[in-house]
Design a binder for this molecule. Structure first.
Ligand code: AMP
Ligand code: GLY
Length: 419
């Protein structure tokens, strides 16, 4: 098969790493890709939301399958666009992608299918007064979520009622543009988060290794939210009893819900969960793999991803088995100084060639005009290690990080600290 993978982050480097090794892979193209993916396939300069241009490229290169890394093209309907075009697109159709694209859609789905999640109500500018009254009746902390995609910034958690009221009004007055025309206000859940990943054809499903990511920029989970500063898999506190609840109460009803609602879904469901005293509840759905979770989940998997992806289209997913290494995987993100706020790009990266016992997945790293490897984003490299324990894997990652240098490089030295 000829494959086109969309995206340019560490997630796409990790996906390419598996796909490029597949016996089923003839040619692998990555659009736009990065300096890591270009070692495993051919990077192509296509905009991931320009479906017409992607279509032309697919025809010219005889592409058989498109694998979509990030959520944007899915929420914009890439699956629907290619519906009658004899190209398999891995991911949910536009309506199904609303599980990520709209918090209200996702909450509604969970309510309809009895999937445990925080109690909530949704408001618009017309019902602002009701929203303020709702906050009055509640104790803090207050969780306010912009309905639409807001580049990971649309969730605001506040301790004080008055602050929450001001924030609700601001959000409904266009703080996040169209994304916050509707706001979901939900109860705060106090627990520890983890993520499960499911591959589904809309009827059957297979569970991939779980992971936990570290979203805050600062050690001890302090400071601003980022796309993710590191991840580990497996998650030590997810024992058999918790897994059973996750599968029975969350995964099964989610897939059954997709089926009864007739949602066209052939791809990954990423379920963000929170463990509240042994009871799992859903924090959010994403319609794609996580980043940097992919950088620990994929290295632990022994399956050929293309074999699994093909099975989504020929009805054979239920016959597949997921083979997982028993090793622990950890990844530590090296980021540009200043991220997630303003940061500089174009800093030379050195030392990756001296890393032997970890895998380095490229995120915001590209070759400049003189073929030097330079930083090109906030999150630059993900250093992943497999080890016989989480501690051992992390130790190796941190030793290898010492060898890598770029100006103002920053990373969290406490990944896994809470486990
Ligand atoms: P979301 O985009 O819905 O995943 O929210 C972003 C982050 O906000 C989550 O990863 C949680 O850390 C936090 N969060 C979201 N909803 C809640 C909630 N109901 N209670 C506590 N924390 C939450
Ligand atoms: N690491 C969180 C995400 O990919 O959404």
């Amino acid at each position: 098969m000829n494959i086109l993978l969309l995206g340019s982050g560490g997630r796409e480097h990790a996906l390419s790493w598996n796909i490029s090794k597949s016996e089923k892979c003839d040619q692998l193209f990555i659009a736009p890709g990065n300096a890591g993916t270009e070692k495993l396939g051919s990077n192509v300069n296509l905009a991931i939301n320009d479906f017409e241009a992607i279509d032309q490229f697919c025809t010219a290169q005889k592409i058989d399958m498109i694998v979509v890394g990030p959520e944007d093209p899915l929420v914009n309907g890439i699956v629907d666009f290619f519906e009658n075009k004899d190209i398999k697109v891995v991911g949910p159709a536009k309506l199904a992608a609303q599980l990520e694209g709209s918090k209200a859609f996702a909450k509604d789905f969970m309510a309809r299918h009895n999937i445990p999640t925080a109690v909530y109500k949704e408001f618009t500018s017309e019902t602002l007064a009701e929203g303020l009254k709702y906050l009055d009746q509640k104790d803090g902390p207050y969780v306010l979520k912009a309905d639409g995609l807001a580049a990971g910034k649309g969730v605001i958690i506040l301790q004080e009622k008055e602050e929450a009221k001001v924030a609700l009004e601001k959000m409904l007055n266009g703080q996040f543009g169209a994304a916050s025309e509707k706001v979901v206000v939900e109860d705060f859940l106090d627990g520890i988060e983890f993520s499960v990943f499911v591959l589904t054809d809309g009827v059957s499903y297979k569970i991939l290794p779980e992971a936990k990511d570290y979203k805050k920029i600062g050690e001890g989970d302090k400071g601003l939210n980022t796309g993710g500063m590191g991840a580990i898999s497996p998650v030590p506190f997810v024992d058999e009893a918790l897994w059973k609840k996750v599968e029975e109460r969350i995964i099964k009803p989610t897939i059954a819900g997709i089926n009864t609602d007739k949602l066209n879904y052939k791809g990954f469901v990423f379920i963000g969960l929170i463990n509240v005293g042994g009871e799992p509840l859903v924090i959010e759905y994403n319609c794609r793999m996580g980043d940097p979770e992919t950088e620990v989940v994929i290295p632990r998997m022994q399956n050929d991803l293309l074999d699994l992806f093909e099975s989504l289209f020929d009805g054979s997913l239920s016959e597949k088995e997921i083979y997982t290494k028993s090793s622990f995987a950890t990844t530590v993100m090296l980021v540009s100084g200043g991220y997630p706020e303003a940061y500089e790009k174009g800093k030379e990266i050195t030392g990756i060639d001296r890393v032997e016992t970890s895998m380095v997945f490229y995120a915001g790293a590209k070759k400049d005009a003189s073929s030097k490897l330079v930083t090109s984003g906030g999150r630059v490299l993900a250093v992943t290690t497999l080890g016989s324990s989480m501690k051992e894997a992390l130790q190796t990652s941190y030793q290898n990080i010492e060898k890598i240098k770029f100006e103002k490089m920053n990373y969290r030295k406490d990944i896994g600290f809470d486990l």
